[in-house]
Design a protein around this ligand. Structure first.
Ligand SMILES: Cc1c2[nH]c(c1CCC(=O)O)Cc1[nH]c(c(CCC(=O)O)c1C)Cc1[nH]c(c(CCC(=O)O)c1C)Cc1[nH]c(c(CCC(=O)O)c1C)C2
Length: 360
């Protein structure tokens, strides 16, 4: 593995990794969640030819769309094109991507007895080899222009989709499990966590240079449920991935946890081994810094809808954001993903404004 890693092209832009580790940077690094997506006409062109999961499973295609935003904008990171739901697929569940509707599980988990339907988490890596192949190919094709981010969904977020079968406003079916079947909920969360740890270590072996864990449905938990059903699994993921990467003699890589809607969790998350904490747009940067503490890098948090404003307004919103976060221990991003109807020129304005307002 060490040999394979040394074969990757040298990194020419390491701002993201430096900021994640708390080192000084010439400019604040910037990228955008969902930077590879439907807002780009060149993405829609590829997407029209393939089913969503076929794109994920075809390394050349996943690589091509991962690089599209980097060809347009001076971004400081690439994020591998995939989805958090490839893990429940590898655990044996069917997931379809319905146009206009998003992901749908035709047979979600209806009760604890359905846990028997899931495969052994030890076997997921063999089924996710296509992600590892996409990562290795993309590391080569990136040619060191920017680091490559790998990612996964956090266990509670994945559990919620496995039970709801699709996005939900209330997550009431999944939360029903937490209250009515706490023991089965922990069994399911453990299975997902075991699979996720193996999956993330596989991503590092394949060439991922930073890992982001998306707890996209933290907002549904509140402080008590978060403490019991999310935090211990987020902790295990970070601890065990870092320990296994070290045991394999691979270089330690920074990890980011993004608890969307989880402002109540920021203090606790600041005590885990994640180097970076993602902040959504509902939290004031000054408060986020107080809660997380001085020894972590913060990532975020412009309201994605601010990209609907004209470029002059985008520039002033970014200036305000960068002033509040400061230029050290900070990675600029949106507070959540981009939407399909956004104007690519407005993302260009966002990226340019970050670099302009943070240049030393
Ligand atoms: C990081 C990532 C994700 N999905 C995609 C990426 C690709 C990389 C990138 O950001 O550019 C492609 C990615 N994933 C999807 C798309 C659009 C699908 C299409 O083109 O048809 C793309 C480009 C589909 C998808 N996949 C998912 C949804 C949300 C469903 C819901 O709750 O209503 C949707 C709509 C699940 C999902 N997927 C992901 C998350 C975590 C981030 C977040 O909170 O948004 C979540 C919750 C993560």
């Amino acid at each position: 593995m060490a040999e394979k890693k040394s074969e990757f092209p040298a990194l020419k832009n390491d701002r993201l990794l430096r900021a994640a580790r708390g080192e000084s940077v010439d400019k604040v690094p910037v990228w955008a969640m969902r930077q590879a997506g439907r807002y780009l006409p060149e993405f829609r062109e590829v997407r029209a030819q393939y089913d969503f999961f076929t794109m994920c499973r075809t390394p050349e295609v996943a690589c091509q769309v991962t690089l599209q935003p980097l060809d347009r904008f001076p971004l400081d990171a690439a994020i591998i094109f995939s989805d958090i739901l490839v893990v429940p697929q590898a655990l044996g569940m069917e997931v379809q991507m319905k146009p206009g509707e998003g992901p749908v599980f035709p047979s979600p988990l209806s009760g604890p007895e359905d846990l028997d339907r899931l495969c052994n988490p030890k076997d997921v890596c063999a089924k996710l080899q296509y992600v590892f192949d996409a990562i290795t190919l993309t590391r080569h094709k990136l040619d060191g222009r920017a680091p490559l981010i790998g990612f996964c969904g956090a266990p509670w977020t994945i559990m919620a989709y496995m039970i709801e079968g699709k996005g939900s406003k209330t997550m009431s079916n999944a939360k029903c499990w937490l209250y009515r079947h706490p023991e089965a909920s922990h069994r399911l969360l453990k299975t997902i966590t075991d699979a996720t740890i193996a999956y993330l270590v596989g991503q590092v072996k394949a060439g991922a240079q930073l890992l982001q864990v998306f707890e996209s449905h933290a907002e549904h938990l509140g402080p008590n449920l978060f403490q019991e059903f999310s935090l211990p699994y987020l902790k295990r993921i970070c601890d065990e991935v870092k320990d296994q990467v070290a045991a394999l003699d691979l270089q330690d890589i920074p990890m980011t946890v993004f608890p969307k809607g989880g402002h109540f969790a920021l203090r606790e998350l600041g005590r885990l081994r994640y180097e970076v904490v993602g902040i959504d747009w509902t939290v004031d940067p000054i408060l986020a810094r107080q809660l997380v503490g001085p020894n972590k890098t913060l990532q975020g948090n412009l309201d994605p809808c601010a990209l609907y404003a004209d470029p002059i307004q985008i520039d002033s919103s970014v200036k305000d954001m960068v002033e509040k976060f400061g230029c050290e221990r900070y990675i600029a991003n949106l507070g959540h993903g981009m939407y399909p109807d956004m104007d690519p020129r407005h993302l260009a304005a966002f990226v340019e404004a970050v670099h302009t307002h943070s240049t030393k």
